[in-house]
Design a protein around this ligand. Sequence first.
Ligand code: ASP
Length: 348
Amino acid sequence: MGALFSTLTWSAALAAAQVLAIPLVAQELPRVLVIATGGTIAGQATGGQLTGAQIVEAVPQLAEVARIEVEEFSRVGSSAITPDHWVRLSRRINEIFDTDPDLAGLIVTHGTDTLEETAYFLHLTVEDARPVVVVGSMRNSSAVSADGPANLLSGARVVLSPKAHERGVLVVLNDEIHSARDVRKMDNNRLNTFVSREWGMLGIVDADQIVFRRSPETRHTVSSDLHLLPGTTALPNVPVVADFAGNDARLLHAAHANGASAIVVQAFGGGRASPAVRDAYVEIVEAGVPVLLASRVPEGRVMGTPRGNEAGLVYAGDLSPHKARILLMLALQSPTSVAQLQRLIDRH
Ligand code: ASP
């Protein structure tokens, strides 16, 4: 009888401890905020869009690693994301970090089509060292083997990795951790579409741990020289104009006539342009509008010359045309010399 009684007592005590332990563990888990913007990760076969809360509910394993909070920012495909979204999202993230010191970090769920732009904008303007991880998916939530849930769980695990601090904004899909600066969407359909071709991913999400092997060398977040100015309501107009064989440069002239603050030319290899585009951008820089020469070739730096800078040209280095555009939009919130624009490009 004694043995039976002691067994019952012991198991009851264990059960009580387990019940008590769960709330204690749950209360001790770090807090992670998910800000939902839309995209395929929220998409449904019916064409609808899940809410951020529904995306999170689909991943019960999240509750084992963090106390997840959710904020609905927008519910749009990322082809509809605009600079106004970037500004509002960055301001909201900085406000959250300013007012919530014990938040471990945050995840932004986003469509993949312009994910790299939003991520880079945040990389330059978030004023906190805590992790901001942008995740998306290539299959919608209804698909067989949807990748969104795994990407979201990976994103949370990366946020909670102590090594994720001070590495800038990170992009996590397909078990890979990329810097917002270097990553590009390189395949229209495949799960492994996000690639940092030239510099490589920063780390990997393994089943047992988060492994980092690289850190960004350029400035970002707390070391960034770019900031959203308090008075900014709309960012400067900086279009990207693609060059092509036989271009008569009418679109470049139109961009200038339309009041561009600067223009990014997506030129050929090395930043070389067609004759008509070259003649046009010489006129444009002479009129005092900076022209940044980028390349349609995904790897290798577009190298500049001091003479080119003196003439009003800025050179993209290894920044993609669309990311160089974002940097110029931020820099030109206030008057900035071409020499300073080049320094900002080279440092970020
Ligand atoms: N197919 C895109 C995605 O993967 C749609 C978007 O970017 O919103 O999210």
